[in-house]
Design a protein around this ligand. Structure first.
Ligand code: HEM
Length: 348
């Protein structure tokens, strides 16, 4: 049936050609007739092609879209299958869920926390600044922190452009601006992944010892670390070691989802090296987006806590030293320990 149609399609222009060749050697009326026949043949050819395209799905492409495998001379695994037929629900998760939730994790958490800080106010040092500075982080750790933090912020911004640019901002910005944004974001995202991964793995290895859970961490959670300036929470200074319970939660989330985001990123950045299966790639892209949501939300909270919520806290990751009163108020168990051991180091 299909080959009959193809034959007809081939025959129509051939007949028209014969008619027009014949017309070259004949009278003006015959020439006119041949011209009309040629036009009619072309119109019929177009009509037939349109009817075929509209009515008959091409069986070849139907099979390709269904994920059929064939034979090819190309080398390598999975090359015989042009398209992987994923569960469509998984593919649409990216546009319908991951993209808007990631946008919410950045802007939504930012707005909620900003409102919270406005209502609650920051956590002030009860005894004020002593101006006596105690060593908290070695220079190496300050360097490692910024080695991962600065690329991480760029990864969040460019990741959001790549994932949500089209779905969330496309309607306002238009396709050209979204395309330009994605073209700019892609290389930054790829290159920033390397220093982030190096810094994050070093931080995980070096800071794990500060983040072992302790019995007093539970009390820290029930009193929200003394960061709420009202009711029974006001001026509560629960026990905390080098890291408080909130920082421990952040550290372990950062470690678990950081490793997932790095692992899935390696799969996507170096496909020739990893050679993932089609489903492996889909899993990597899904896990990457879900981890990005959790890390982005937590990063926004972490930045608020370090900069505006904890008076004197930011100095720790600038000079590596903290005010002695800050150490007493926020990390009393650690402070008492280094004082008792005699390992406390003051800035001269
Ligand atoms: C502008 C951005 C940031 C600022 C201002 C900032 C600030 C700080 C400060 C002041 C500390 C020390 C807290 C203390 O000594 O108790 C710290 C620790 C830390 N930061 Fe950041 N940070 C930023 C971004 C990031 C990012 C993007 C990440 C993750 C990728 C990150 C991960 C960490 C971790 C894991 C710790 C150690 C927590 C612990 O183990 O006690 N930071 N940050």
């Amino acid at each position: 049936m299909r080959s009959d149609k193809r034959l007809r399609l081939l025959c129509l222009p051939l007949m028209a050609l014969l008619l027009s060749v014949g017309a070259l050697a004949s009278t003006p009326e015959a020439e006119d007739q041949a011209g009309r026949a040629l036009m009619a043949a072309q119109a019929a050819e177009l009509q037939a092609a349109q009817a075929q395209a509209a009515n008959e799905p091409d069986p070849l492409w139907t099979q390709v879209r269904a994920g059929e495998s064939g034979r090819t001379t190309a080398q390598g695994p999975f090359v015989g299958q042009l398209i992987n037929a994923y569960d469509p629900a998984l593919v649409s998760t990216r546009s319908d869920t991951t993209a808007p939730v990631l946008t919410g994790a950045l802007f939504g958490v930012f707005v909620i926390f900003a409102l919270f800080v406005l209502v609650n106010g920051p956590s002030r040092l009860s005894a004020g600044f002593s101006n006596v500075m105690v060593k908290r982080w070695p220079k190496t750790d300050v360097f490692i922190h910024w080695l991962m933090a600065i690329p991480c912020l760029l990864l969040i911004i460019t990741g959001l452009m790549l994932l949500a640019g089209r779905y969330v901002f496309g309607a306002w910005l238009g396709p050209d601006a979204v395309a330009a944004m994605a073209a700019m974001a892609k290389p930054i995202h790829d290159y920033m992944a390397i220093p982030f991964a190096i810094g994050a793995i070093l931080a995980m290895l070096r800071w794990m010892k500060h983040n072992i859970p302790a019995g007093y961490d539970l009390k820290w959670f029930t009193t929200v670390g003394g960061y709420l300036n009202f009711g029974p929470f006001k001026d509560a200074h629960p026990d905390a070691g080098f890291s408080n319970a909130g920082e421990k939660l952040w550290f372990w989330c950062f470690t678990i989802f950081g490793l997932i985001i790095i692992g899935s990123g390696v799969v996507m950045l170096f496909p020739d090296l990893v050679q993932p299966t089609r489903s492996g790639s889909l899993l990597a892209i899904t896990l990457h987006g879900l981890s990005a949501i959790i890390l982005t939300g937590f990063t926004v909270v972490h930045i608020f806590m370090a900069t505006v919520m904890s008076e004197g806290g930011m100095e720790c990751m600038v000079s590596g030293y903290c005010d002695e009163n800050w150490a007493r108020q926020h990390h009393n168990v650690w402070y008492d320990e280094i004082k008792a051991e005699g390992s406390i180091e003051y800035r001269s």
